[in-house]
Design a protein around this ligand. Structure first.
Ligand code: SAH
Length: 362
């Protein structure tokens, strides 16, 4: 909303307690109630700063709905199931999921909808998109009732913030946000034993001077909470995000008006995000006693669960322009040149065997 307000906040914090952890700075830039970026009105969509998969095509949500309906089915159709979306943006994904469920799984479509959303202005947009439907909003996952949970998060984990560490040739040190005449990233204190463990330094093969690694404390906290919930009460959590399976590199980036910009001088005014480390989510899920499946590419997942067949079903012989738009959307979602390989899909489910559709070996 305002990079000036972020700047004032950050300078005050820095003068009070020293250079900032990056996860704290990112969270403030995105979800601080006074100036957080997600509180501005038009951020997602062609008139906003970036477009997400559910905004590309209804097929994205319909297929996610069909997938979760299948998992619900093979889980024994628990009658008291809840449906939950994390970081629903404009509410488009949940709306498309429910319209698919109404057709293919009417019983499951009666499950109440819970949305995890901190932004009051996005809640207003979601209210409009999802009018006619009973919705329960929450600031965080702790408020979710103890019942079987079928959940999805698209481009949510990439907004949770990361901390960074840099290797100085001998030790790993924190990489922190400081302000002198402008914002700058500085090398801070040496990581303590627990921090080295959190960054999973042990998994690094060769440590060269200058290497940067990342770790998202909130991603671990949230995936642990959900994995514990699913282990105890059943269900499934589908995670879709751009990411990889290691902690390597400085992946923090910012986008404004569909173009890359410097994160810190635009903080509050731009969408700051980072790559998701799916290995870290896998470790957290397993430590909590649940199972993590994948990640596989968005291309593999949606091809295997039938996006091309769905596009053919929706195609109309009378309206060639509709068909062109449909197949262009499929291409955008699954081709490696667009979102197909960059985006990954992972699944948290109770311990067990076998691979659901979407995740089977090619
Ligand atoms: N899933 C949507 C929007 C992605 S943008 C889509 O695909 O279009 C990220 C979303 O996560 C926004 O709704 C934002 O307000 C929400 N969000 C970000 N950080 C959050 C946090 N810590 N807690 C709850 N919601 C958060």
């Amino acid at each position: 909303m305002s990079s000036k307000k972020f700047s004032e906040w950050a300078k005050k914090e820095i003068s009070k307690s020293g250079p900032l952890r990056l996860s704290k700075a990112i969270s403030a830039a995105l979800i601080h109630p006074d100036f957080g970026y997600y509180y501005s009105k038009e951020i997602i969509g062609s008139r906003g700063d970036f477009i997400t998969a559910p905004e590309v095509s209804q097929m994205f949500g319909e297929l996610v709905g069909a997938f979760l309906a299948y998992i619900w089915d093979v889980s024994g159709k628990p009658s008291n199931s809840l449906f939950c979306e994390f970081g629903p943006g404009r509410g488009t994904l949940s709306a498309d999921i429910y319209s698919a469920l109404a057709q293919i799984s009417p019983q499951f479509s009666c499950s109440p909808l819970h949305l995890i959303e901190t932004s009051t202005s996005l809640r207003d947009i979601q209210k409009t998109t999802l009018r006619g439907q009973t919705v329960y909003w929450h600031d965080d996952f702790k408020e979710i009732p103890n019942q079987p949970l079928f959940a999805v998060a698209n481009e949510f984990f990439d907004a949770l913030g990361v901390n960074q560490a840099i290797f100085d040739g001998t030790n790993w040190r924190h990489r922190l946000l400081d302000f002198d005449t402008q914002f700058e990233l500085i090398t801070g204190p040496i990581l303590k034993a627990a921090e080295l463990e959190a960054f999973n330094v042990i998994a690094l093969k060769n440590q060269k001077k200058g290497i940067i690694i990342e770790y998202s404390p909130k991603a671990v906290q949230i995936s642990t909470e959900i994995a514990l919930h699913i282990k105890e009460f059943g269900g499934a959590f589908l995670i879709i995000d751009y990411g990889k399976t290691n902690q390597m590199g400085d992946t923090i980036q910012a986008v404004s008006n569909h173009k890359p910009v410097d994160p810190w001088s635009n903080a509050g005014n731009a969408d700051i995000s980072h790559w998701v480390d799916f290995d870290c989510i896998r470790r957290a899920s397993k430590n909590a006693g649940a199972r993590f499946v994948g990640p596989v590419s968005q291309s593999q997942f949606f091809t295997q669960i039938g996006i091309k067949q769905r596009a053919e079903m929706l195609a109309s012989s009378e309206h060639p322009e509709i068909n062109r738009a449909l197949f262009a959307a499929v291409d955008r979602l699954i081709s490696p040149a667009h979102m197909g390989n960059l985006f990954q899909v992972g699944l948290i489910i109770p311990a067990g065997e076998g691979l659901p559709p979407g995740f089977q070996a090619e």
